[in-house]
Ligand binder design. Structure first.
Ligand SMILES: [Zn+2]
Length: 269
């Protein structure tokens, strides 16, 4: 009897130890699930979303919201907007004849390892700042060559002005394209990105070209090389010093020159 009691007690102890070890294993390995793995780089679409002064902004028209006469709840809306506004994709065809439209883009150009290049110091007090190839060379001196097929994200700090449309765009008047001021990618920098054969480039301003641009050379250069553009992205300060992959999935508009974009960064654990 005593032996049996002892065995039972041993079994119980073994069970409990197993449970403790398992809990310890979860704490060691499972807790990382609680850390945020994804970072949303996308602005929501609503009546405040910033669009180009000549573009139609986002409209949400309620079709129905409430109980139906059959007793169930039903919500549905119509949406309407320009392809180019808020967080969005510029397909190469936007400024380059015969290049990819939104639905032509291979998925491996939209989902790829990302790097972050910080030009906040240069752009901070200069709304007409054009990112130069020197900005990229400086980054490469520290981090190595910009890898082929990667997604380059550029942080100008302009995302902080999003809630002040006049500051963010340079103008808050509809139709006014003469007073646009915000940083963008200069011609030499665009050519440098083509040389590096990147998949896409994204930034926290309204356009790949800087605000004062009239002929949009950066859009043309990148478009001809089938390099994608992501505009009006944000949350870049949370990517500093992090390793990440970008997942950028636009609405698949057949023949689209651009599209609303859901873009996230998947952080390396
Ligand atoms: Zn665009």
């Amino acid at each position: 009897m005593q032996d049996n009691a002892m065995n039972n007690w041993n079994n119980k102890l073994r069970q409990q130890l197993k449970y403790i070890f398992f809990t310890f294993f979860l704490l060691q390995n499972g807790l990382s699930f609680a850390e945020p793995l994804f970072l949303d780089l996308t602005r929501p679409f609503d009546e405040k979303t910033i669009y180009w002064p000549t573009s139609e902004s986002f409209q949400l028209e309620e079709v129905h919201k409430g109980l139906t006469d059959k007793g169930f709840w039903y919500e549905s809306n119509n949406i309407r907007a320009s392809e180019h506004g808020g967080t969005h994709l510029d397909a190469p065809a936007h400024f380059a004849k015969g290049k990819w439209h939104v639905d032509d883009i291979p998925l491996d150009r939209l989902i790829a390892p990302g790097i972050l290049i910080d030009v906040r110091k240069q752009a901070l007090d200069n709304p007409d700042y054009k990112i130069t190839q020197e900005d990229f060379i400086k980054w490469e001196e520290k981090n190595g060559k910009i890898p082929e097929n990667c997604i380059v994200l550029i942080q100008t700090g302009w995302e902080d002005h999003w809630y002040n449309k006049k500051k963010y765009l340079g103008t808050d008047k509809l139709g006014d394209t003469k007073n646009l001021h915000f940083p963008g990618i200069g011609k030499s920098a665009a050519q440098y990105l083509v040389k590096r054969k990147i998949a896409a480039v994204g930034l926290d301003t309204p356009s790949l070209d800087y605000g004062k641009s009239i002929t949009f050379p950066t859009h043309q250069i990148l478009g001809k090389a089938n390099i994608l553009g992501f505009e009006n992205i944000f949350n870049l300060k949370n990517l500093l010093e992090k390793k990440f992959r970008v997942i950028a999935l636009p609405m698949k508009i057949a023949g689209g020159s651009g599209a609303p974009l859901r873009i996230i960064a998947e952080l390396e654990k």
